[in-house]
Design a protein around this ligand. Structure first.
Ligand SMILES: [Zn+2]
Ligand SMILES: [Zn+2]
Length: 122
């Protein structure tokens, strides 16, 4: 006996787009992840990369200041305790993660290498 190959009905469900920051609802297959816009892989990868870039070098600092403030921030690089001052602007929430010195990729890598060596010697 032969079974018909495609007997299954198309199951369409209301889904929510998985792209960070999108959250649009759309009708799609149960396995579908993205809305019509983000089904386009170009749209997706670009956005993802941008977000990763932002988070690698910045922190999201949520505040309610209504005027410009100078606030002390601590460098997020492991082993560096530098305190640096940042101008915090109203409604701006993305700020540098590292002290002035360590905003430079090369200097950051170099610093980590020196720290690792120091830890081994101790
Ligand atoms: Zn989407
Ligand atoms: Zn630092």
């Amino acid at each position: 006996m032969q079974l018909p190959k495609y007997k299954k009905k198309k199951r369409i469900k209301l889904k929510v787009c998985q792209e960070p920051g999108c959250g649009r609802e759309f009708w799609g297959h149960p396995i579908a992840k993205y809305c019509e816009l983000h089904r386009d892989i170009k749209q997706r990868q670009k956005q993802k990369k941008d977000i990763e870039n932002i988070e690698a070098k910045n922190i999201i600092f949520r505040h309610n200041y209504t005027e410009v403030m100078d606030l002390p921030f601590k460098c997020c690089l492991e082993g560096c305790d530098d305190i640096f001052e940042i101008k915090v602007f109203p409604k701006q929430f993305v700020y540098p993660r590292f002290c002035v010195e360590h905003r430079n990729d090369f200097k950051r890598t170099n610093f980590l290498r020196i720290m690792r060596r120091k830890n081994r010697e101790e």
